[in-house]
Design a protein around this ligand. Structure first.
Ligand code: ADP
Length: 147
């Protein structure tokens, strides 16, 4: 390949990657979980974002590291206060679908200045979280293409 041709091969490869090709496993907690339990879960699972689900297992909220930090401030009893008090909730959640292009998801992360997107599937009107797209997923794709 000439330089220009290999650039074209590379960019067409990137354009063909979809979310389900690279998504990772989402870590879910019930929205009535305490802030304390959520912090423990975040450490044990070694993730930066947790997703809260409601009674019908649908997506209810996003909990980031900074949300939890904020939750520990201002005198909350973190063993009693549920994450629903501090999470980002619907309809403010940016989501993506398994068949979305990865480049679309990457753009959303940059535009919204967030670290991850929940990957959801609709089941009878309920948004089930089936994956997670993070900046790390995208960096890994980048490295794999270079190798
Ligand atoms: P951190 O707050 O730890 O730096 P983020 O940058 O991902 O992590 O989160 C910034 C804020 O955006 C947090 O309040 C978080 O709840 C919210 N957030 C994170 N991901 C999403 C998302 N997919 N949709 C909407 N809000 C989100």
């Amino acid at each position: 390949y000439t330089g220009k041709e290999s650039e074209e091969v590379m960019s067409s490869k990137i354009r063909n990657i979809i979310v389900s090709d690279v998504q990772s496993v989402p870590i879910l907690i019930k929205k009535d979980t305490s802030i304390y339990e959520a912090i423990v879960k975040m450490f044990l699972e070694d993730v930066g974002t947790l997703y809260a689900i409601d009674e019908d297992n649908g997506l209810a909220g996003v909990i980031s590291r900074k949300d939890l930090l904020r939750g520990t401030m201002g005198g909350n009893d973190i063993e009693k206060t549920p994450v629903s008090v501090i999470m980002t909730r619907k309809p403010s959640i940016t989501i993506c679908y398994p068949n979305d292009l990865l480049i679309y998801a990457a753009n959303q992360l940059i535009e919204k200045q967030i670290d991850s997107l929940p990957v959801v599937e609709n089941h009878d009107g309920v948004e089930r979280v089936i994956g997670r797209i993070t900046k790390t997923n995208i960096a890994r794709v980048f490295v794999n293409l270079m190798e």
